[in-house]
Design a protein around this ligand. Structure first.
Ligand code: PNS
Length: 159
């Protein structure tokens, strides 16, 4: 079984994330989307909300499942019996930090990282940017699935 992990914060999932997950699902028998539980950083959405949205928008992929993890990513990979990480690279600016993490992760536990070039449609996209645009009433419908757009609108207009 060739199993890969797509890790991230997914606060919230964007079309850029989905592009990577979908392409990875065609390359591996199983893809596990790993949502980081980061106790030192509270997000706009809870981890449970992020997972619910991810499960909904990946439901058409039979070989994708969504789990959360805390602690080291390599320990999560070991627990899931996955030896490959998939990371999207949007631009060369992503590369330095991603390379550091990839080298650390292979040194720590022999977990390989494969970089996948982001679809150019999404090369400028990030969850932070989407949240900022949505916060000020900008249209994010081209950047996130409809249910995420609705969740952003609801969350950001709550008093
Ligand atoms: O979507 P993000 O926030 O850019 O994802 C970052 C993530 C989750 C991939 C990274 O923060 C991570 O791997 N965290 C887990 C803790 C860990 O293993 N740290 C060492 C990395 S070499």
């Amino acid at each position: 079984m060739r199993r890969a992990v797509c890790p991230g914060s997914f606060d919230p999932v964007t079309n850029g994330h989905l592009d990577i997950v979908g392409r990875a699902s065609r390359l591996f028998d199983e893809v596990i989307v790993g949502v980081l539980i980061n106790q030192s950083k509270s997000g706009l959405f809870t981890v449970e909300e992020r997972i619910d949205m991810l499960r909904e928008v990946t439901s058409s992929y039979d070989n994708v499942r969504v789990e959360s993890f805390r602690g080291l990513l390599v320990d999560f990979c070991r627990a899931q019996q996955a030896s490959v990480l998939i990371k999207g690279l949007r631009a060369v600016s992503d590369f330095d930090y991603e390379l550091q993490m990839a080298q650390m992760n292979i040194g720590l536990a022999g977990v390989e990282t494969l970089f996948m070039p982001t679809n150019p449609l999404y090369s400028f996209l990030s969850s932070s940017l989407v949240k900022d645009v949505a916060k000020w009433g900008g249209d994010v419908s081209a950047h996130v699935p409809e249910l995420v757009r609705e969740a952003l609108a609801t969350r950001l207009t709550q008093p």
